[in-house]
Design a protein. Structure first.
Length: 374
């Protein structure tokens, strides 16, 4: 069941340390033995105020962003350190309530991209003292969660669909957003995700331009023009409501994680110039009804999180779920059952410390962080 971002709900963030790993020679890492949980920070992050949590980790420091119900559903960001969870700047710092948003942390500088009560898209960063706008608003952006943000070499890049469904990748040039390559990437594209692959800004999206129809497409910018790496009808990216499209690089290999209306959660890997499925298609959720798919890859091992609405084939009851690929098949890494309906599952990784951070919301009106003991 989809709920409003302004609704009060519990956001739980679970930190899973990746210990007990297999040999790094084959890039396959097993999960740690989970023996118990304790709260990271000693209790709730933001009692009775948080919904729609997202997380990012930089230099070993976790950051949590959420729609703040005590600040008119404006965005708040907190970070965890020696003093526990503290606000990054002012709580509820966005000009208005947020409809959807992305959190990205470059070194120790957090950025957010968001849409609010208008159809404009905005980017803000924390300059060490306060949250400031970056590049002004981006007009005519598509009023959906169809956008992504990364920072590379200190330069922010944003991918989004405009009101004409044209897919843009723009970068900050001075104080203005400028199309990378001088024009849009696709005349009709949605659900973009960004990364840097082989030193080049790379975007994956659902392409319906020309005679295409929801074609999964990957393009890289080679300093002068956009070059198509992959364009295939074998898979189609499903609704952003069911999942967050992500593209990432681990051990030099490109991975794409997304929701498919046919197969559920899907993880693809670029191999020999073609995209191949990691594991048998459809076996991540085994036909269960899922929402809010997200995923990461750590040292060659993919992890996928989702809200499992039916739990037909897994040992836990209806629950927030994390699975990993053990080199042969998808295995249950952790399941978090709850008597309340679970929404907004989201997974992030600390690439330096080897921890997974997992957040989800339910109906208990608070935001907490827990760490897995092992």
């Amino acid at each position: 069941m989809r709920t409003s971002l302004a609704a009060l709900c519990l956001t739980v963030v679970v930190t899973l340390a990746l210990a007990g790993c297999r040999s790094e020679d084959n890039g396959i890492f097993g999960p740690p033995p989970i023996t118990g949980w304790h709260s990271l920070g000693g209790g709730e992050i933001a009692p009775t105020r948080a919904s729609s949590g997202k997380i990012a980790v930089s230099n070993g420091v976790p950051y949590a962003a959420f729609s703040d119900s005590l600040a008119g559903s404006r965005l708040s960001v907190m970070q965890y350190g020696a003093s526990g969870w503290v606000n990054v700047g002012t709580a509820g710092f966005t000009p208005s309530s947020v409809y959807s948003y992305v959190l990205y942390v470059d070194q120790s500088t957090p950025y957010v991209a968001f849409t609010g009560s208008s159809s404009n898209l905005s980017v803000m960063k924390f300059d060490g003292t306060s949250w400031v706008n970056v590049g002004g608003t981006i007009p005519y952006s598509y009023y959906s969660s169809s956008f992504d943000l990364i920072v590379s070499g200190g330069v922010p890049y944003i991918a989004f669909s405009d009101s004409s469904s044209q897919l843009h990748v723009q970068y900050l040039s001075g104080t203005a957003w400028v199309d990378l390559g001088g024009t849009y990437v696709s005349s009709d594209g949605q659900y973009p995700a960004l990364t840097v692959y082989n030193g080049q800004v790379t975007v994956v999206f659902s392409d319906s331009s020309g005679s295409n129809s929801n074609v999964l497409t990957v393009k890289s910018f080679n300093l002068t023009v956009w070059v198509t790496l992959i364009s295939t009808t074998s898979w189609t990216i499903g609704s952003s409501y069911q999942g967050t499209t992500s593209i990432t690089v681990s051990n030099g290999i490109l991975y794409i994680i997304f929701y498919s209306s046919t197969y559920g959660p899907v993880v693809l890997q670029l191999s020999g110039g073609v995209l191949v499925s990691v594991g048998t298609l459809g076996t991540i959720s085994n036909g269960d009804d899922v929402e809010y798919v997200s995923g990461v890859v750590y040292n060659g091992t993919p992890y996928v999180a989702f809200d499992d609405e039916s739990r037909d084939y897994d040992p836990e009851p209806k629950a927030a779920t994390v699975k990993y690929f053990d080199g042969t098949s998808w295995q249950l890494f952790a399941g978090y059952p709850d008597t309340c309906d679970i929404e907004n599952t989201y997974l992030a990784v600390d690439p330096t410390g080897g921890s997974l951070y997992f957040t989800y919301t339910d109906c208990k009106y608070a935001m907490t962080v827990q760490v897995a003991s092992h």
